[in-house]
Unconditional design. Sequence first.
Length: 392
Amino acid sequence: MSKSPIIEKTPLMEEYEESTGKLAIWKGEISKNFKKWKKKKKADEIKQMKEDILSQSRIEKKRMKKEFKEEKIAGKDYDHLIVVENLHKTYLLGTTAVAALRGVDLTIDNGDFIDIMGPSGSGKTTLLNLIGGLDTPTRGKIFLEGRNISMLSDNDLAEIRRERIGFVFQFYNLLPQMTAMENVMVPLHFSGKLSRRGKRKKAMDLLRLVGLDERAHHTPSELSGGEQQRVAIARAFANDPAICVLDEPTGDLDSKTGVMVLNLLRDLNQRGATFVAVSHDAAVSEFATRVFHMRDGKLTHEGKIRGLKETEIMQLTRKKETEINKEKCKSKIFQYLYTNQGKMEVPINDIKNSIPNSIVMNLPEHFNDILQELIEENNHFGRIEGDVLILN
Ligand SMILES: Nc1ncnc2c1ncn2[C@@H]1O[C@H](COP(=O)(O)OP(=O)(O)O)[C@@H](O)[C@H]1O
Ligand SMILES: [Mg+2]
């Protein structure tokens, strides 16, 4: 004898019955009206959640505006070129809030070359866009040359971007129908300080600075990726910015070309330019003066510090850690070679990419030197030629 299953009454059903005076279960079945009620209730809840998030951010904006007014007069005197204080950025995606930045503090000084490393989605671009005045934070402050730029109007921000900030992006973002020189001249048109001749001279000087004066009359499609990025760097410097921000500057380049671009950046940095770059390319950090790591919208430890005196114990610990990493690195190289047996030539970058970043980033010596040492320790099983390991 079969028996129809008995439907258990849920707390939600009880709520329905209490608020409507109707039965949620009727003749052993869930009532249609209850189902409708449940659907509507859910939709209402989502709507409410969305409103809460929006109103919260409105309250926060209001509070920041008030503080901002009080700080607006400040400026002129400043200790750091850029000060980032407790920066938060939350994006609203449909009904979910994505916390891209969750309390970032950072100071940048003249002459720094900062690299912020981190996996994709960790918030690097968001942070860079806020520092560069391309977007405004949900909470927190950014001071540029002593001026709070976190609450400026779009017009004021545009002016700051034009006059004080240089941008370099992963895909160069050059105007395709213009020559290299015309591209470099674009920011000069906006500032309107120079004569036509003055602009041409300045553009040419900048192209010379990046070693591309002979390519001045070529369009981007006639230039290699590395050359296009160098034009973009020249363009970034056209308005004599206080700082140049770079988002994955080597992201679209092969490692050799990437290193050439990084050498140029280091050269410019040594002549006084200030950079803040974000990337997940470990090579960038080798050229930077200060390296930070980013994870889940927060900045973690600074990897490399120029000028800070380590205590002896700190030095010893770091040395021990990096020596351990060196050994780990060697065994990972072997592991890679073992699983890729039969290949005669292996790009060194492929080996490097097979090793966790936490190891590669914290080695006592250059990766290639460690690879060389390993080869020498093991009957010279191969040799390094440029970017490639040739196996015997
Ligand atoms: N405009 C946007 N709208 C919604 N979510 C965004 C937006 N931009 C970035 N995000 C989200 O914020 C987080 C951080 O993104 P992003 O700053 O681009 O990281 P990264 O540059 O390190 O890859 C990611 O989860 C991303 O999906
Ligand atoms: Mg990014």
